[in-house]
Write a protein that binds this ligand. Structure first.
Ligand code: ZN
Length: 396
């Protein structure tokens, strides 16, 4: 499906748009310096952006002597973007403006009834609700982005072999077609760790870092990396490779068929499985719920309330994750590591132990001074917001 809002812009105009999106408002002088160009050229470059009403005057800047200069910024109301995050614990929809300000968001828990078709139906109903609330229509959208669970067949918009969704039907799901039909808008797709790291890199905690690593600790551990300013891509758009790093050669059997992967110990899936297995063996618990309905949030809360079993499992999970993190940091040497996802937002123990273990285990601690960011700037919105970012990257 093609975008109905097509802008015909040259590469320099696109570059100015991108600079203003990330750094605006700016004066013409600022832009001339950044593009190393002259006044005639900057006017020529900005003209199509003004004709398309993509940028507008947004106020008056500081004078360095003489007349105060006009500031330019994106026209926030020119179009809208929708970003969707289909993850295993939840699905989220946001509507944002071109400055990536969130105007609307809504989400729902993914249970065993949430197969692809039903999930898409709920997303479409949340989208309609958002349109009504904001009093806008879908004609004003540039497009929709989706960040979801890899590995992906990105060219065809198909989810290849995602593991551990509560409902069946996700392997091979033609998610791009399903969402385009339901929303009647063109869709761009990438794995969620990539969309999240892009949101943080351009607009959030990772701004200014050209080497950045992003870990989304959820049902599995999902990883995105930016190296020297470019996103690191793999052949199958997998985002789960880190989670299947072998950390214990004689370890437990993993869902991937290998033994001793990080995901066997440090993922939500592993934590819930270990906790409920111990309860079935008769371990005492502080959680007043039937075993089958215990989720990771219950376990995170119980650990903070001194439930010994919950604490032990989370500390062990975070220690193993932290050791894996140290290996990764030694290899890629990022300036900042963002730890995010539901496990990080729900468990201070998990975040603290993982980041401290990683920092202690680096092979050259002086050379590898790492800055950790807890949840980045966007927290659990990063995947959905980053999905909106890739729409702009594609169309502008
Ligand atoms: Zn594995």
């Amino acid at each position: 499906m093609e975008s109905r809002t097509i802008f015909q812009l040259g590469p320099d105009s696109k570059r100015v748009y991108s600079i203003l999106q990330k750094n605006g408002p700016l004066t013409k002088n600022d832009l001339m310096e950044m593009l190393r160009t002259n006044f005639t050229n900057i006017n020529r470059i900005m003209e199509p952006l003004e004709i398309e009403r993509l940028i507008a005057e947004s106020g008056i800047g500081e004078s360095s002597g003489g007349r105060k200069p006009v500031l330019y910024d994106l026209n926030r109301n020119r179009f809208y973007l929708a970003g969707i995050d289909i993850s295993r614990p939840y699905t989220k929809l946001i509507i944002a403006n071109p400055k990536m300000e969130v105007l609307y968001k809504n989400s729902f828990t993914m249970d065993e009834t949430c197969a692809p078709k039903k999930t898409v139906e709920i997303v479409a109903s949340l989208f309609r609700k958002g349109l009504r609330q904001l009093k806008i229509d879908k004609e004003s959208f540039l497009g929709v982005g989706l960040g979801t669970v890899g590995p992906l067949d990105r060219a065809n918009g198909i989810m290849s072999r995602p593991k551990n969704f509560a409902a069946s039907g996700w392997a091979g799901a033609p998610i791009k077609n399903l969402l385009e039909e339901a929303l009647e808008l063109p869709l761009v797709i990438d794995n969620g760790a990539n969309t999240a790291i892009l949101a943080e890199y351009y607009f959030g905690a990772g701004k200014g870092y050209h080497n950045l690593a992003y870990f989304y600790c959820s049902t599995g551990i999902r990883t995105g990396a930016i190296s020297d300013g470019s996103i690191v891509r793999t052949i199958h758009d997998a985002e789960d490779a880190f989670g299947h790093m072998v950390i214990n050669v004689d370890g437990e059997l993993c869902s991937c068929g290998n033994y001793g992967c990080i995901d066997c110990y440090s993922s939500i899936y592993a934590i819930v499985h270990k906790y409920t297995a111990a309860l079935k063996q008769g371990c005492p618990t502080a959680i007043m719920k039937p075993i089958a309905s215990i989720n990771y949030m219950d376990i995170c809360q119980a650990a903070e309330r001194d439930d010994t079993l919950a604490k032990e499992i989370l500390v062990n999970a975070a220690t193993i994750f932290g050791a894996g993190l140290a290996n990764y940091i030694n290899l890629l040497n990022p300036g900042m590591v963002i730890l995010s996802g539901p496990l990080i937002s729900h468990s201070e123990i998990y975040y603290q132990i993982a980041s401290q273990t990683a920092a202690r285990r680096l092979y050259d601690q002086d050379a590898n001074e790492i800055i950790f960011s807890k949840s980045g700037r966007f927290g659990d919105d990063a995947i959905a917001l980053g999905a909106a970012v890739i729409v702009v990257e594609k169309h502008l």
